[in-house]
Write a protein that binds this ligand. Structure first.
Ligand SMILES: C[S@@+](CC[C@H](N)C(=O)[O-])C[C@H]1O[C@@H](n2cnc3c(N)ncnc32)[C@H](O)[C@@H]1O
Length: 400
């Protein structure tokens, strides 16, 4: 009995120590590192618009934005800003372990006049007693830095309102393989500060210029830097090579973990993801088996216990399809000018990457007014209907 208690205490202490190290890491290296005046064009935030996300997954409309609650779980130094751009009237809570990240996020938002955010310095693992529920929780790049990942995901599940949706990004074992071995090598060599890591990067780059001295190991390291956007800024380099705790997942490990936490994948949105979640899971398994998986997992999840209601709404929607409306995502509505440079290349950071040409925009413009499904089917060719489906899939259009 006594031994059991000692073990439990030891486990608790280990966990606390790890959280302290993770916190210290982000205090030292606030992440990400965007210039304070960098702004995003509002239409680029369209995939973070919670009313659109809600309609997309629940086949129901959220009435007013003022009542929408959003939690950014592990918000870092930037994400409150684009989330506020996309949901200017919603109530946003930005939670993070690191005060430095929160201060930076607050400053960024103040300078861009975004005031609908409350900032909370705290641990997602202890965030299980909040007095309200969230329609949307964004937990991007956080779970893999928490040893008690199950508890963190369970908290997310319990904090979701009925029908609530979370977006998560976790490292895949395939995509992180080389970075993880470099991170381990730095640890073994006891290289634990950014200055020394950067010295090694510079040295390797110099060596590679004189080809005779370059070795395979060096060119692999350089390729790693070239292929990772994080290698372009200091806190990104620190995140890659100096992070005190990183876990990576296979698709089955992630799927099992979600199941244990009463969460179900609703849609994967990483590069080349298939629209059907089961097919996407099969595709990821094959890529893993062939050592060919190079992306992390980005997905929307919902409470498994809400699935029945979701499916029922979907069936009802199919039955009432002819009566349903299609309309534009409100965030892009005012930017949809055929001749403007806006909305030609919608970046991948907040949703799917999309190239929009004149025809696409003109098709989208048709939906500035609500259009009945039945009318849409009557009016357009099969090819155009497929295009409209892909706009619905990318959240540029929403059904209500
Ligand atoms: C890689 S950053 C991602 C930041 C942001 N989500 C983004 O995508 O830009 C991870 C963030 O999670 C925060 N974090 C890590 N563990 C946490 C925990 N247990 N509770 C709250 N925040 C945590 C860190 O402080 C850090 O700001």
């Amino acid at each position: 009995m006594k031994n059991n208690k000692t073990l439990q205490n030891l486990h608790g202490n280990l966990h606390e120590n790890l959280q302290i190290h993770v916190k210290e890491h982000y205090q030292k290296h606030p992440y990400p590192q965007y210039p304070i005046f960098s702004s995003i064009q509002p239409h680029h935030s369209f995939a973070l618009n919670v009313r659109s996300i809600w309609s997309h997954f629940n086949n129901l409309k959220l009435k007013s934005e003022e009542n929408i609650n959003i939690l950014l779980a592990g918000c870092g130094s930037f994400s409150p800003y684009p989330t506020s751009v996309a949901n200017s009237k919603a109530n946003i809570w930005a939670l993070d372990l690191s005060k430095k990240n929160l201060d930076r996020a607050r400053l960024h938002c103040m300078l861009h006049r975004k005031f609908n955010i409350k900032y909370i310095e705290g641990d997602l693992l202890e965030f299980d007693n909040f007095p309200l529920f969230f329609h949307f929780i964004d937990c991007y790049g956080v779970i893999h830095h928490i040893k008690e990942d199950k508890k963190a995901l369970k908290n997310i599940c319990n904090l979701l309102s009925e029908g609530g949706i979370a977006r998560i990004m976790v490292y895949s074992t395939g995509a992180r393989k080389k970075i993880e071995s470099a991170r381990r090598a730095f640890r073994v060599l006891k290289i634990d500060n950014l200055k020394n890591v950067k010295k090694i990067i510079t040295k390797t780059k110099d060596k590679s210029k004189s080809k005779s001295k370059a070795q395979t190991k060096d060119s692999q390291f350089l390729a790693l830097l070239k292929n990772n956007f994080e290698a372009n800024f200091d806190s990104g380099i620190a995140d890659m090579f100096l992070h005190p705790y990183v876990k990576t997942y296979s698709i089955d490990q992630l799927n099992d973990l979600l199941k244990e936490c009463d969460l179900t994948p609703l849609k994967f949105i990483h590069h080349q993801a298939l629209a059907d979640t089961s097919k996407e899971i099969d595709r990821l398994r094959i890529l893993e088996k062939n050592d060919n998986l190079f992306n992390n997992f980005i997905l929307y999840v919902g409470r498994t216990s809400d699935q029945k209601k979701r499916m029922a709404a979907k069936t009802a929607e199919a039955e009432a399809e002819a009566a349903a409306y299609i309309t534009l995502n409100p965030v892009i509505k005012k930017y949809l000018n055929l001749w403007s440079p806006f909305l030609t290349d919608l970046s991948n950071k907040f949703g799917k990457s999309m190239q929009l040409n004149y025809q696409h925009k003109s098709l989208l413009r048709y939906f500035r007014k609500n259009r009945r499904m039945a009318e849409v089917y009557r009016k357009f060719s099969k090819e155009k209907i497929n295009q409209i489906s892909s706009f619905l899939d990318a959240l540029l259009l929403i059904k209500q």
